[in-house]
Design a protein around this ligand. Structure first.
Ligand code: TRP
Length: 353
């Protein structure tokens, strides 16, 4: 048996056109997710949460998976995964995800989803998985000397995350595009090899956020596992402290030059996104007043922008039942759909007794 890249009947490009989504929200189903490794921060907020809330508002049926099994791909299970997941759900709700329109669930709660990984693995070669650049980067970033089977195969797991609900639109950062390619291959190969003329799965498309990746307080990419982010739930004082600590450069006059002055440009970008102005405009307003003034302006912009979100979050946090209900009803819907899909897949495989 060979696992070949066979020609496909489906010609949708890897990236979706947002105008298309806006015009025909009913043709799309969004599936995206997060690995629960820490607190959600401004990078998630402007990079993905905003996008999800926008898609939800366009009327696209939206699924958000909390990818808890993915946490143990490259690290020991951190203490308190339960608390981390709880906190992320509060962040989602505070940012505007509405559980009556968006299905939020943890993938460990959906066994039929996980079982899809078996036939999907049969459609994927080890060489293909070993070539995945994001897996290699994650292994390097975690300082691993060997790669676990779960880390190697997680892009295929992610294909199951997407395809179990026939998600066809995946809003993610550019680092996730190799995984969307993998999910597209799995969908096509499944149809070709087991579909008997039917297209059970549609190859999903990615949707990139318009916001470039934000840098963290240390000048490296903002990342929850690096702990260098400004978290959504941080207090106003802690936010001020984090921004005061960020790396800048020694030039006094503030200008927006992302290539030459990435750290200053990053602060301007954060301030501009929060205040809904252009970064260059914000730079002009600050001009000769220097980095300390820039940081004060950005702190106010972030705190002003997040104040309603933080207030909503604090209110939701007083009721432990809210998160439990969201995860239970999300898992119930996801389980119904996953069971149906697994049933179709087993029928296609002739495994129906
Ligand atoms: N791997 C993604 C991340 O690290 C999270 C994720 C899990 C995901 N399953 C997914 C994203 C399915 C999109 C679709 O951020």
């Amino acid at each position: 048996m060979t696992i070949a890249a066979t020609p496909s009947l489906d010609h949708t490009p890897l990236l979706a056109d947002e105008a298309d989504v806006r015009a025909h929200p009913d043709r799309f189903r969004v599936l995206t997710g997060d690995r629960p490794t820490g607190e959600l921060h401004l990078g998630h907020y402007f990079g993905t949460l905003h996008n999800r809330v926008r898609l939800q508002a366009m009327g696209v049926d939206t699924f958000v998976v909390i990818a808890d099994y993915q946490v143990i791909t490259d690290r020991d299970l951190p203490a308190g995964i339960n608390r981390t997941v709880h906190g992320i759900v509060l962040d989602y709700l505070a940012a505007g995800l509405d559980p009556s329109r968006t299905t939020i669930f943890a993938h460990s709660s959906v066994p039929a989803l996980n079982q899809l990984m078996l036939p999907f693995l049969a459609l994927t070669s080890v060489a293909e998985m070993q070539r995945n650049p994001t897996v290699k980067e994650e292994a390097a970033a975690a300082g691993l000397t060997s790669i676990s089977g779960l880390l190697l195969t997680y892009p295929v797991h992610q294909a199951a995350d997407i395809l179990f609900c026939h998600g066809n639109l995946v809003p993610v950062g550019a680092d996730q595009l190799p995984h969307i390619e993998q999910a597209r291959l799995v969908a096509r190969r499944f149809n070709e090899r087991f579909g008997d003329g039917q297209q059970l799965f549609r190859p999903p498309q990615g949707l990139l956020s318009a916001t470039p990746a934000l840098l963290g307080v240390d000048g490296r990419k903002m990342s929850k596992s690096r702990g260098n982010g400004i978290s959504l739930r941080a207090s106003e004082d802690h936010t001020a402290q984090l921004i005061r600590r960020t790396v800048t450069d020694s030039e006094r006059h503030i200008t927006y030059e992302p290539q030459r002055r990435p750290e200053v440009a990053n602060l301007l970008l954060i301030g501009a996104l929060c205040a809904d102005v252009e970064p260059a405009e914000l730079a002009d307003q600050i001009g000769a007043r220097g980095a300390a003034h820039l940081k004060a302006v950005v702190t106010d912009a972030v705190n002003d922008h997040l104040r309603p979100l933080r207030a909503r979050r604090a209110e939701l946090a007083t009721d432990r039942g809210v998160v439990r209900d969201v995860l239970r009803s999300g898992a119930e819907r996801a389980n119904d759909i996953a069971t149906n899909t697994l049933d179709d897949v087993q029928r296609a495989l002739g495994m129906h007794y």
